[in-house]
Design a protein around this ligand. Sequence first.
Ligand SMILES: Cc1cc2nc3c(=O)[nH]c(=O)nc-3n(C[C@H](O)[C@H](O)[C@H](O)COP(=O)(O)OP(=O)(O)OC[C@H]3O[C@@H](n4cnc5c(N)ncnc54)[C@H](O)[C@@H]3O)c2cc1C
Length: 490
Amino acid sequence: MAEAPARRTVLRALTATGAATVVAFDPRTRGWAATGTPGTGRTAVPPLDGTLTTDPAALDAAADDYGHHVSHRPLAVLRPGSVDDVVAMVRFCHAHRLPVAPRGQGHGTFGQAQVAGGLVIETATLDRIGPLSADGTSVTVGAGVKWSDLTRATLAHGRTPPVLTDYLELSVGGTLAVGGLGGQSHRHGAQVDTVTALDVVTGAGERLHCSRTRRRDLFEATLAGLGQCSVIVGATLALVRAPDTVRSYLLPYDDLETFLDDQRRLAEERRFAYLEGQVTTDASGAFRGCVLEAVAYGPPAGPAPDDTALLAGLSHRAGGATVSDLGYYDFLDRLAPAVAALKESGVWGYAHPWLNLLIPGDAVAAVAGTLLDDLTEADLGAGLVLLYPLAGERLTTPLLRGPAGPVPYLLALLRAVPADDTDAVRRLLAANRRAYDVVVAAGGTQYPVGSVPFTRADWRRHYGDAWPRLAAAKRRYDPRGLLVPGRGIF
Ligand SMILES: Cc1cc2nc3c(=O)[nH]c(=O)nc-3n(C[C@H](O)[C@H](O)[C@H](O)COP(=O)(O)OP(=O)(O)OC[C@H]3O[C@@H](n4cnc5c(N)ncnc54)[C@H](O)[C@@H]3O)c2cc1C
């Protein structure tokens, strides 16, 4: 299984500056060297189609993420030129017991895609978007494809992934490793629920195809599996008919419970194609109100929106609705102008100790109320609060751990504080943990894209009755425990 040390091999590795070099690995010192031909005691890495680099800038970038408050430096970064490169390097790491973490767009907030002293596999080069199936209901893509690129490609055929995250510049592999939730989740579940097959490389470097009918254990251990059992290299994703335009409704509420009641009703009725919501706060962080965001898809994915029918029976503030029509992709990409502004102002580079919680529907008013009552300006910084319902019956992926009940809620405190304010980050991490404990006591859990300090025991509890299957898959597919160790799950 393991790649035999191949001294005869000369590796072509390009550093970030583009200079050709040779990279060797010394198993005794665990040092990777951009030196000449491997000498005594050094093992050449396998020949690659892509590049393996130890360039300091590449290592620094791989030691950072959107959270900007955790940093673990890898020893090397692989930019695969092919899936074979992933196989070769995972086998190499397996042989030398080096930890490995795949990294999509690095938008975790807690070092999720980092690996101290190991190899980061940047998947961005695995960017192939295959042709749509003959009936247009699926497409097979490389794990490094961004949802923005995928959606633009499928829209050329009038098709769209059914569920999209609010921000589209995330990789397919990255969101399938966590779940992938969005405003369409109350209808279609998470992105992982829309996957029909996966192409993966296990922790032992074996390339395998899996689906609900083939190697189901691996399929289910990989979707929302936080990269623990395999590196996703490709995925077959469901597609649905796309609308040309959508009608967006922003409905203001002064009262949290009324807002939640209307959201729950809309989620149960599936009246809209998309349903989310935000809590608004004043300058001191105090609750000011909520805005329900509901979107109806127009033809050919839905009927022409009928305002009267769509808003019937809702209790938002009278006369406060903002209604707008926009192109479907413009709607999906609605965050782009705000992201550009955040980058311009520097806030994009702030620390983001995010808190993402999944709360049972029958507890959400009490729990969210308590957490929001305690919120101060310092707790949120330049961030915002999302609060929206999901559909329990549509969340079918075993490792995406949600609370029981028909309409669980996602509550996300998207905190942003200056990256050099380490005291604030420490305080917010502790606050995240306290909030998580409150949510667990109410039957909820976390959506593990945020920054909640977690022990191994917490992970066991998190996975609950799915733990034995995950642990068995880990033993089987990553027997040396090398994949994504930074999560601290095993
Ligand atoms: C601005 C912003 C908006 C967001 N909006 C949403 C949203 O609306 N809905 C939502 O659900 N989430 C959202 N997220 C969270 C996001 O989905 C996750 O953080 C996701 O994992 C990031 O994708 P990425 O490509 O950056 O992955 P990375 O951060 O690079 O990796 C995340 C994790 O996945 C693993 N991983 C990455 N690629 C692979 C692979 N090919 N195979 C196996 N494991 C892999 C990594 O090792 C790591 O553990 C948002 C995050 C940000 C920063």
